[in-house]
Design a protein around this ligand. Sequence first.
Ligand code: AHG
Ligand code: MN
Ligand code: MN
Length: 350
Amino acid sequence: MATNNKISLTRYLVEHQRVHNLIPSDLRLLLEVVARACKGISQAVNKGALGGVLGAAKTENVQGEIQKQLDIIANEVLIEANEWGGHLAAMASEEMEGIYVVPHRYPQGEYLLLFDPLDGSSNVDVNVSIGTIFSVLRKPENNGAGVSEADFLQPGNKQVAAGYCIYGPQTTLVLTVGDGVAMFTLDREQGSFVLTQERLTVPADTKEFAINMSNMRHWDAPVKRYIDECLQGVEGPRGKDFNMRWIASMVADVHRILTRGGIFLYPWDKREPGKPGKLRLMYEANPMGWLVEQAGGAASTGTQRILDVLPTQLHQRVSVILGSRNEVEHVVALHAAAATTDAEPATRAG
Ligand code: AHG
Ligand code: MN
Ligand code: MN
């Protein structure tokens, strides 16, 4: 195929604005800058040991997790790329306790950017797919007052753009602006992201689940029951054999689901009963939940649509069940059934 037949990310964004009016120029700049930052992160990931970027740093993040060097590098790349363009008011990241307000020496924009700079940190040193997840919100109108953390505390249904970049055998950017999901593959010779799939669709049904089975003894009754039904296979109530995958990088598990369907669960569990889950609402569950919904799937906490959860904290955690629509609805129905059964008291937080 001649190179001029390829649709670059830039051309896609420009043409999408022309036809659908969903991507004003400052949002287009934001998305192009995020994509450029992801190219930089991809370069660092690819160099691996040759670039001296593997291994742990000596610091902990606000979540109490030991940071990897690449967590810190990816965070810095995203901040440096995004702070000067005039499209943002502030940023928030898994790797920063508070928000990062765009310095006064740069113009302030009307968008807020949230990101998980490096998702799947435990896979960095073992050469398994990792990624960057991002979510874009509009800064609420406040008559010229400065930006604060409270401005970020908007539900996922207010996102204006969301996506991720996966650093795997290919580097692939997956994006939504609320009008379906598009996929772009990094062409390293051209140095640009090229549209490789439009209108991604998650099949409504699936025979593949993703969950960390080692936590089984800590799960709530509905999740235990769901997985137990899957494991019974063709002889059980589901009447079909299930396959299992768990990559331990949410980007990679969600990427598979957007490609061929499936269900992903990181539910609340009893290890830390006061926390509503492991994954973070604002920069993991919301962007991934919206992408999956935009591809025809569903995303729930088990009792509520993820995108309708009202955040009260920047680093709030949440139970995540997302993927093929009928499968997610089945898990939600099991939660509803358990809530009405005395034998299964509601013990979970959040
Ligand atoms: P992060 O590397 O950004 O902290 O996120 C890791 C998350 C997610 O990507 C993955 O699904 C999950 O943690 C894996 O957790 P377990 O190691 O408990 O399976
Ligand atoms: Mn993550
Ligand atoms: Mn991370």
